[in-house]
Design a protein around this ligand. Structure first.
Ligand SMILES: Nc1ncnc2c1ncn2[C@@H]1O[C@H](COP(=O)(O)OP(=O)(O)OP(=O)(O)O)[C@@H](O)[C@H]1O
Ligand code: SF4
Ligand SMILES: [Mg+2]
Length: 339
């Protein structure tokens, strides 16, 4: 059986005055209903660009998009990359939905929360404004907004950051989508609210049996909620596998670096946190060889200067765990500190 979403060789690039920006490069993965895939990587690694392509939200006139992103709907498969724009528009908010990185930009300041939720519901359901407000109130209750029947009449600026994020989740879920993409849904929030929102997303996933793609900078979030993980670097997936495998036995020096830069409960007290030095390369003229080479402390261990000359492919290491690196298994064990 096919997974609900199957992305194959998705490539997104933007022609600009300075050259072609290769933002998302040969991305393949799948997510099924009931499953959470986390996408991690530094700023600019292509996480949002990839998601917007799946949602059909890039301007097709100014963006080069290749590959496929197939939604396996009950009515049959649809490739959102090649389907007519009108057909993709009808899938958005219904078959697939997205929580955007900046919640304020997705909510209109002049309309009440109820108006906006009700409009989103009425796009796909027969019912008057009153029925829309009833549904909006139910959704606000479901996402844990106290006093929902009163607050449904209020405006976005009357909600705190955490409450606004709950409204965004209500809006994304109001038509019961099969796929939810949540782009950094907790970044702007303080730590206690972050974990409440993550718990809410977990609960909602169960309630609606959704396929969830959760984009985050935070590997702590990954450990808490993800089944599988894509680690992205400079527009490519550099490591892909089940969350525990990535977390406890990473196969790529970039992932090892990310894990060394966060506090972990499973590590010895007093271990120093080390940030990865340097910056990702420009996406316009990607260097020959491995994109991570300039920042990689293991590149000199690879024979024949391979890291500088040949771009590693995404190869399976073990148990459906893939990594894009020339290091041998023995070298990797040493890089992980013997694990
Ligand atoms: N319309 C565009 N034209 C040109 N370049 C773009 C365009 N949209 C995105 N980019 C570039 O594509 C790259 C990937 O951007 P993207 O927004 O996917 O990063 P991200 O991984 O989501 O980062 P962040 O964690 O900061 O949200 C960036 O270098 C960005 O500047
Ligand atoms: S291919 Fe070379 S430079 Fe790239 S991550 Fe592996 S060891 Fe480092
Ligand atoms: Mg982004």
């Amino acid at each position: 059986m096919s997974a609900f979403l199957e992305v194959k060789n998705l490539t997104v690039s933007f022609p600009t005055e300075d050259g072609l920006v290769q933002a998302s490069n040969d991305i393949s993965f799948s997510v099924d209903r009931g499953e959470t895939l986390a996408v991690v990587g530094e700023s600019g690694s292509g996480k949002s660009v990839t998601s917007l392509a799946i949602m059909g939200l890039h301007n097709r006139q100014t963006t080069n998009i290749n590959g496929s992103a197939v939604l396996n709907l009950e009515s049959g498969p649809i490739d959102v990359i090649s389907a007519p724009e009108e057909q993709v528009r009808r899938l958005r908010g219904k078959a697939m939905s997205m929580i955007f990185q900046d919640p304020m930009s997705a909510l209109h300041p002049y309309y009440s929360i109820g108006d906006q939720l009700s409009e989103a519901w009425r796009l796909y359901n027969k019912g008057d404004k009153k029925a829309g407000f009833k549904r909006a109130t139910e959704m606000l209750e479901l996402v844990g907004i106290p006093d929902a029947s009163k607050r449904v009449k209020e405006f976005p600026h009357q909600f705190s950051g955490g409450m606004r994020q709950r409204v965004m989740i209500a809006m994304a879920l109001i038509n019961n989508p099969a796929l939810l993409i949540a782009d950094e849904p907790t970044t702007a929030l303080d730590v206690t609210v972050q974990s409440q929102i993550l718990q809410l997303l977990k609960d909602m996933q169960k309630e609606f049996n959704m396929a969830v793609i959760l984009i985050t900078h935070d590997l702590g979030v990954v450990a808490e909620v993800a089944d599988r993980v894509n680690v992205m670097y400079a527009g490519k997936i550099v490591e892909q596998g089940v969350a525990d495998g990535i977390y406890y036995k990473p196969d790529h020096p970039y992932t090892i670096g990310l894990l060394n830069s966060i506090p972990r409960v499973d590590q010895l007290e007093g271990k120093r946190l080390i940030a990865i030095p340097g910056q990702p390369p420009s996406l316009i003229n990607l260097p020959q060889g491995c994109s991570f080479r300039k920042r990689c402390t293991f590149a000199d261990q690879v024979a024949d200067n391979l890291c500088a000359t040949i771009a590693p492919s995404l190869d399976m290491k073990e148990n459906a765990h893939f990594s894009r690196c020339h290091l041998t298994e023995k070298q990797l064990v040493a890089a992980r500190g013997g694990k």
